[in-house]
Design a protein around this ligand. Structure first.
Ligand SMILES: *[C@@H]1O[C@H](CO)[C@@H](O)[C@H](O)[C@H]1NC(C)=O
Ligand SMILES: *[C@@H]1O[C@H](CO)[C@@H](O)[C@H](O)[C@H]1NC(C)=O
Ligand SMILES: *[C@@H]1O[C@H](CO)[C@@H](O)[C@H](O)[C@H]1NC(C)=O
Ligand SMILES: *[C@@H]1O[C@H](CO)[C@@H](O)[C@H](O)[C@H]1NC(C)=O
Ligand SMILES: *[C@@H]1O[C@H](CO)[C@@H](O)[C@H](O)[C@H]1NC(C)=O
Ligand SMILES: *[C@@H]1O[C@H](CO)[C@@H](O)[C@H](O)[C@H]1NC(C)=O
Ligand SMILES: *[C@@H]1O[C@H](CO)[C@@H](O)[C@H](O)[C@H]1NC(C)=O
Ligand SMILES: *[C@@H]1O[C@H](CO)[C@@H](O)[C@H](O)[C@H]1NC(C)=O
Ligand SMILES: *[C@@H]1O[C@H](CO)[C@@H](O)[C@H](O)[C@H]1NC(C)=O
Ligand SMILES: *[C@@H]1O[C@H](CO)[C@@H](O)[C@H](O)[C@H]1NC(C)=O
Length: 495
């Protein structure tokens, strides 16, 4: 799934970012391409490195590709939460520029009429609805896709003839999560999507890739198919199991067990509690914010100095808190499993994008949701940026380590063979016991809370009540809670 989440994720929309959605936000693709540094890793045997551009305004990571013959250039959003690659059709109504829609499809659109290698293979069979309720429908087609300097011939993609999203996506999730299999649960209709296709063409040794999103402030990250880069993380890569989707009993997304959260600051170290541990969370690079159960989110907010604003239907925080030296340690897969430290600088996001006005109130990167049968909790970019994550779609394991922000050197290690374990990794030792362990529901003493105020200005130490009112922002447009619940539908394709 993807959400355009700086913006739309949690029930309040900002006028400026609605405009961003409709394309008012100016986007200079050339400049972005210019900003993409040389690839961190040279193409070596059995690997495919692809650069990602971090588009902070849209809260998403983009990959530059071309489609067709001769090549048509596009930028597509990378998404671990969905499984189809698709592009908007040049004649789609959202791509038609007008006074109300001056940007059209500024990230690029595809015109099959001018590609000599285009083949229509599935009339009206492509139909997807994302967690943020945007949708795209049209035909499946095959054509040449150029990605990371490599040309893939006869690659299957969707064509967004009728879409509410003005740019396309590269979904790198499980093939079982393709839109065509989810509609009517028809697994037989599965086709090789990008990771599976690279494997089928022997370009990688196994269906796996590593994702390094890098710093919130950094302009680029990197996805490396078929390999890991040992310079892009600190400590050890520890593997945890990918869990079945409880809704349909198969593995179709990257769901892992979150088993602990600690709040750490100069004044203490608290183990946070929740009735819901162990918590099944989806690792979803296509969503900006992260969503936790309300009981746990409330403890996180109190430690961090955030507070829930009922008008914004969202947790807000003084922007100065991005300077806090406090952090949260997220533990996966039980005792001895991987632990990711997420610093406050990654968790404080601007409330209004592209304004020259000084902002004192920011959006907090961890929001809450209420579980429903078809919604899973979610770790989006606010947490994933701090993690180096290796997705192994053959063994159904995910390797997690603390990211090395702004890494400049590289050491690429390819997977040895199909089904080989993640290189240089060890399994989380106590996963088998997770289910048996009742989680601690003793609330913490909040000894870390005071220290989260250390290093920040103006707001007092740990005083959540000091969050300025969002009503200071005339740009804010609040819409019904229904959008939030639609979003919390969390990647269930509504077909
Ligand atoms: C961002 O703000 C600047 C200055 O106010 C303005 O010139 C520019 O057009 C804005 N960009 C977008 C995408 O709205
Ligand atoms: C492709 O050509 C057909 C027939 O001329 C036309 O109807 C259609 O609109 C064209 N598609 C695009 C995307 O331009
Ligand atoms: C193109 O891909 C489709 C679907 O994967 C396959 O059925 C077909 O044989 C391929 N065509 C060529 C020319 O490789
Ligand atoms: C586009 O899809 C929407 C939602 O399914 C539908 O209501 C609308 O009629 C479609 N428009 C066209 C032109 O097919
Ligand atoms: C990484 O680089 C960005 C952009 O240059 C910078 O803002 C950020 O502070 C750096 N982060 C670290 C951890 O060095
Ligand atoms: C917090 O304290 C616990 C128990 O003393 C310890 O195991 C853990 O490593 C500490 N965590 C951090 C991040 O300091
Ligand atoms: C963070 O601290 C620096 C140095 O004290 C200050 O210049 C900056 O404005 C602070 N940032 C925020 C968001 O408060
Ligand atoms: C389960 O609980 C026991 C006793 O509290 C603890 O020692 C162990 O580490 C826990 N195991 C996991 C996987 O959390
Ligand atoms: C989120 O938490 C707030 C405050 O704790 C609560 O009022 C709200 O209902 C929660 N939202 C959801 C979707 O659970
Ligand atoms: C703030 O941090 C400094 C340096 O880490 C430390 O000496 C000081 O005791 C801290 N103050 C509080 C209130 O935590």
């Amino acid at each position: 799934m993807k959400g355009i989440a700086v913006v739309a994720a949690v029930g309040s929309l900002l006028a400026t970012t609605i405009q961003a959605r409709d394309g008012v936000v100016r986007f200079d693709i050339k400049r972005r391409q210019h900003n993409v540094p040389p690839r961190l890793a040279r193409r070596s045997e059995s690997t495919l490195p692809v650069s990602l551009a971090n588009n902070v305004e849209n809260g998403a990571y983009f990959v530059d590709v071309s489609m067709g013959t001769p090549p048509q250039r596009l930028s597509l959003q990378l998404d671990t939460g969905s499984s189809d690659t698709w592009a908007p059709l040049t004649s789609a109504s959202i791509c038609q520029r007008s006074a109300g829609n001056p940007q059209g499809c500024s990230f690029g659109a595809f015109n099959p009429n001018t590609s000599s290698t285009f083949k229509d293979i599935g009339p009206n069979q492509f139909s997807i609805t994302y967690g943020d309720n945007t949708m795209s429908t049209g035909d499946y087609f095959s054509d040449v896709l150029e990605i990371g300097g490599t040309e893939l011939k006869n690659f299957t993609m969707g064509l967004g003839a009728n879409t509410t999203n003005s740019w396309g996506l590269v979904g790198v999730g499980y093939a079982s999560g393709e839109a065509i299999t989810q509609s009517g649960q028809n697994l037989a209709a599965e086709y090789p999507n990008l990771p599976a296709f690279l494997m089928e063409k022997n370009m990688i040794n196994t269906v796996a890739y590593s994702l390094w999103l890098n710093d919130l402030q950094a302009s680029t990250g990197n996805i490396l198919f078929g390999a890991i880069d040992t310079e892009q993380y600190h400590g050890d890569l520890v593997r945890v199991n990918v869990l079945k989707d409880p809704r349909i009993g198969i593995i179709d997304q990257f769901t892992v067990a979150l088993t602990s959260i600690q709040a750490v600051s100069s004044t203490g170290n608290d183990s946070l509690s929740s009735l819901e541990f162990p918590i099944a969370v989806d690792l979803d690079s296509g969503t900006t914010l992260s969503l936790l159960p309300t009981d746990l989110a409330e403890e996180v907010w109190r430690e961090a100095g955030a507070s829930y604003d009922t008008d914004a239907q969202s947790a807000l925080i003084p922007c100065s808190r991005s300077n806090s030296s406090g952090y949260f340690a997220f533990g996966f897969g039980g005792e001895g499993g991987p632990v990711i430290n997420v610093h406050m600088s990654e968790l404080v996001l601007p409330l209004v994008v592209n304004t020259t006005a000084e902002q004192t109130t920011c959006r907090f990167g961890i929001q809450n949701m209420t579980a429903s049968p078809d919604a899973l909790y979610l770790f989006g970019d606010t947490i994933l940026r701090s993690a180096y994550v290796v997705y192994d779609l053959v063994n159904n394991e995910v390797g997690i380590a603390q990211t090395n922000l702004n890494a400049t050197s590289t050491n690429v290690v390819a997977f040895a063979s199909s089904g080989a374990p993640i290189p240089s990794s060890t399994p989380a030792p106590s996963q088998a016991q997770i289910a048996n362990n009742a989680s601690s529901t003793t609330p913490p003493s909040f000894s870390a809370e005071l220290g989260f105020g250390n290093g920040t200005t103006g707001s007092g130490n740990g005083n959540a009540g000091s969050t300025p009112s969002v009503l200071d922002y005339p740009q804010l447009v609040f819409i019904g809670v229904s959008v939030f619940f639609a979003m919390a539908g969390s990647g269930f394709f509504m077909l």
